[in-house]
Design a protein around this ligand. Structure first.
Ligand SMILES: Nc1nc2c(c(=O)[nH]1)N[C@H]1C(S)=C(S)[C@@H](COP(=O)(O)O)O[C@H]1N2
Ligand SMILES: [Mo]
Length: 222
């Protein structure tokens, strides 16, 4: 497997990328209900689905669990490289949460199992100047979040969904799950977790998507 993350734009579905950039320019799907109360389970402009759509750049990297390797570094006291056995040797947690995709579907009650983000943070210990995280994936995808949004009880490095290993098309063997943000922030096939002091927009963020992506504030586009 190539060691460098390649710019994915040569291999991805360019038409899909173009049409999503167009959506961002036009503000497609925006309702303007930015003050939707949290007591309503469905964020503004979303509809509930019972299936689980697959959304990505069209490249599904084949990363067998035994070959998966994740580097965690940047502004941390104790950089780490986790392979599958290292991940499984960490304390395992289960958490049930809703998925909210920017393309307007939401899926309730997904039971994830994996390692809590808070556990990873306890292991690598971010330095005080670390304020943001960039995730990089085996398909070349990247996405960014403020450290404060990763440091939450419902955030997981997940390997299991509904009691079964996460399938390759949904980002197995290991994906990030950040339920309080739109699902494009949840990197599939996660490969690097990098702690940085200044924000660095990822694949969709540089193509017109919102930098934070809070579904309750309908932060679809930036
Ligand atoms: N590595 C990687 N992660 C990714 C993506 C991607 O293209 N590559 N797409 C994002 C987007 S836009 C969405 S909506 C979700 C979709 O996850 P799913 O296919 O499991 O529903 O993955 C996110 N994580
Ligand atoms: Mo998405």
């Amino acid at each position: 497997m190539a060691d460098d993350i390649q710019d994915p734009t040569g291999r991805i579905k360019q038409k899909l990328v173009d049409s999503k950039e167009k959506w961002a320019r036009e503000g497609r799907l925006l309702t303007g209900e930015t003050d939707a109360p949290k007591r309503r389970r469905l964020p503004p402009g979303q509809r509930e689905v019972k299936n689980w759509p697959v959304l990505d750049l069209g490249v599904h990297p084949n990363v067998p669990a035994k070959e998966w390797e994740m580097k965690v570094g940047g502004l941390v006291e104790s950089p780490a490289t986790w392979r599958w056995d290292d991940l499984r040797a960490q304390p395992q947690v289960s958490h049930t949460s809703d998925i909210h995709c920017v393309t307007a579907w939401s899926r309730y009650d997904n039971r994830w199992e994996g390692v809590a983000a808070k556990q990873l943070l306890a292991v690598v210990r971010p330095k005080p100047e670390a304020k943001f995280i960039v995730f990089k994936s085996y398909d070349g995808y990247s996405t960014n979040v403020p450290l404060a949004h990763f440091d939450d009880d419902d955030v997981l490095l997940a390997h299991t969904w509904e009691g079964r290993p996460i399938s390759r098309d949904h980002g197995g063997p290991v994906r990030v799950v950040i339920p309080k943000l739109y699902f494009w922030k949840s990197a599939k096939w996660v490969r690097h977790i990098w702690f940085i002091d200044k924000d660095a927009p990822g694949f969709w963020e540089v193509r017109g998507y919102h930098d934070l992506g809070d579904p309750w504030k309908e932060q679809r586009y930036g």
